[in-house]
Design a protein around this ligand. Structure first.
Ligand code: NAD
Length: 529
């Protein structure tokens, strides 16, 4: 049943009739999918709920084995998956293998190992009043049907990173992949079916934003959303109205700080890869670089050399390092941010050669200096191959400017001194910080990933990512048989003394006080008080 259409502003009004997977290099449509109506989405959730009962009753060890088999299937079909991702996202096939297939394999292996141990019922951990008087166990139950809404920039691994922990926890999932990359969601479901996931437990609805809004309102028990801040706000508002939990992995404007003792060549190579791989369309890419004045010129020169030798072209062509952007509209949006910076006085210090490539699909990797805080490139998310570099007086100014942002997804610090790097990292307002590396944390399966401030809430990946897929249920049973509990009615004349005994047994100042109070309580319990 449709509970509500909670989206205050459905993004596209009328749902698309079909979604097209297009090759970003050519604009050619190579797959089409009928877009689901609101009713189709509701039916997918109902079918998932039906299948979820049996799946939740399947022991967690067996569910974990499906993930293990999925890993084996994915290794066998790795090139096919990477080629699909490259075809509809535009990234080089080798990059799809390294940043999509490999990362998804890590998720499968990590959650298959973690889930049976971590989701086993736990005895309440410490000696408190509750464990003295009661046996307390915590069980971890799936939410039911999870809605997963994913973006197009890492269409396979981001979907896998949300879907796999939800499944192993006993949820059914309805996945709404991005309308730009539907095939990456469809192939994920195909691989899981091949690995033995029962029919109906994972449903894919390859629609547009209207289908995403419909999914949030279609009776799901939890939403895992990855995408832009604007859409994230709409999803959060819809979930709040329905009182369903959601996690939001949103955009960023990640700062990088290059300190004067950094290995500048390494910093230039790392930041070039971090910013320009995936055509700059990475949530955790470095999007603003702050460089200490003493090394600014040498760092900028090293970065310019790196950028000048990048190979730009279609992702399907061997040797390509930077592919096309996903859609012409993304190129246009980035160009507007670039134009704003140049009109306000920014200088282009490096541009990768992109001769003969369509301006509708490609934006040549570009480095800007002389950038100032009012320019859009420093306070908005730039989602493409454009990198502004700012000269700062010292470490403190770098930290102040890095934190002067609405976003707080990730950050990086570059220093030859590990202790200094960690000290600066500790002062940055971000969900994750890398020292002398970049974007790496988002690809690690075993640590939490997510942002602070407008970059989101909740965490994916790691143990926390798994625990967001379950609702803990505390089950309390008697440790001592008695016809009534001490604190139930029939307060009587010893009620105050009884209550005091409980307090003194647990929190009395001396061992003697605690012992006397405990003995008095044990006497009461033995008498069945
Ligand atoms: P987007 O917000 O436009 O779309 C994301 C998904 O939401 C798509 O599947 C879309 O169809 C769906 N959607 C659109 N409107 C909706 C609505 N009203 N209700 C429900 N679903 C709706 O984002 P995008 O352009 O696909 O992705 C790029 C953005 O995602 C960037 O801002 C990037 O930084 C961010 N991102 C964040 C992370 C992270 O881990 N924090 C990872 C990848 C991308």
């Amino acid at each position: 049943m449709l509970l509500a259409d909670p989206s205050p502003a459905p993004p596209t009004g009328v749902p698309a009739r079909e979604v097209e997977s297009r090759d970003p290099a050519t604009g050619e449509t190579w797959r089409r999918y009928p877009a689901p109506s609101t009713l189709d989405v509701v039916r997918a959730v109902e079918a998932a709920r039906e299948a979820q009962r049996g799946w939740a009753a399947t022991p967690v060890g067996e569910r974990a084995r499906v993930l293990e088999r999925f890993g084996r299937v994915l290794v066998e079909r790795r090139l096919e998956v990477a080629t699909i991702v490259s075809r509809e996202n535009g990234k080089p096939v080798g990059e799809a293998l390294a940043t999509e297939v490999l990362v998804a394999l890590d998720f499968a292996q990590y959650y298959a190992r973690l889930a049976p141990r971590r989701l086993a019922p736990q005895v309440a951990p410490s000696l408190t009043m509750s464990t003295l008087l009661k046996k307390v166990q915590i069980e971890y139950h799936p939410h039911g049907v999870a809605g997963v809404i994913s973006p197009w920039n890492y269409p396979f691994q981001l979907a896998a990173g949300a879907v796999l922990p939800a499944l192993v926890a006993g949820n059914a999932v309805v996945l709404k992949p991005s309308e730009f990359t539907p095939t990456s969601g469809v192939i994920l479901a195909e691989l899981l079916a091949q690995a033995g996931l029962p029919d109906g437990v994972l449903q894919v609805v390859p629609g547009d934003g209207a289908a995403g809004a419909a999914l949030v309102g279609a009776g799901v028990n939890r939403v895992s959303f990855t995408g832009s801040v604007g859409t994230g706000r709409r999803v959060a508002a819809a979930c709040a109205a329905l009182l369903i939990p959601c996690s939001l992995e949103l955009g960023g404007s990640d700062p990088a700080i290059v300190l004067d003792d950094a290995d500048l060549e390494r910093a230039a190579r790392g930041l070039s890869w971090g910013r320009f791989s995936n055509a700059g369309q990475t949530c955790v890419a470095p999007k603003r670089v702050y460089v200490e004045a003493g090394v600014f010129d040498r760092f900028t020169a090293a970065l310019a050399r790196e950028v000048g030798r990048l190979t730009v072209g279609p992702g399907s062509v061997e040797g390509t390092e930077v592919g096309p952007m996903i859609r012409a509209s993304q190129v246009t949006a980035l160009r507007a941010q670039f134009d704003d910076a140049v009109q306000r006085g920014a200088t282009i210090v490096a541009r990768a050669p992109a001769d003969g490539l369509s301006e509708r699909s490609y934006f040549p990797p570009t480095v800007l200096t002389n950038v100032t805080p009012e320019m859009r490139v420093l306070h908005e998310e730039t989602f493409g191959p454009l990198l502004p570099v700012v000269r700062v007086a010292d470490e403190d100014e770098a930290i102040r400017l890095a934190n002067a942002s609405d976003f707080g997804l990730s950050a990086s610090v570059w220093s030859g001194n590990a202790a200094r790097g960690r000290r600066v990292a500790a002062r940055l307002e971000a969900g994750t910080v890398a020292v002398n590396d970049v974007t790496i944390v988002a690809g690690l399966s075993n640590v939490p990933h997510g942002g602070v401030k407008a970059s989101g809430m909740g965490r994916s990946h790691g143990e926390q990512g798994l625990m967001e897929c379950v609702a803990p249920r505390t089950v309390v049973t008697d440790r001592w048989a008695a016809s009534r509990q001490l604190w139930w009615f029939r307060y009587g004349r010893t009620h105050v003394a009884d209550a005091e005994s409980v307090i003194l047994a647990m929190h009395g100042a001396s061992i003697g006080t605690r012992l006397r109070a405990t003995l008095r309580l044990l006497g009461l319990m033995r008498r069945g008080a």
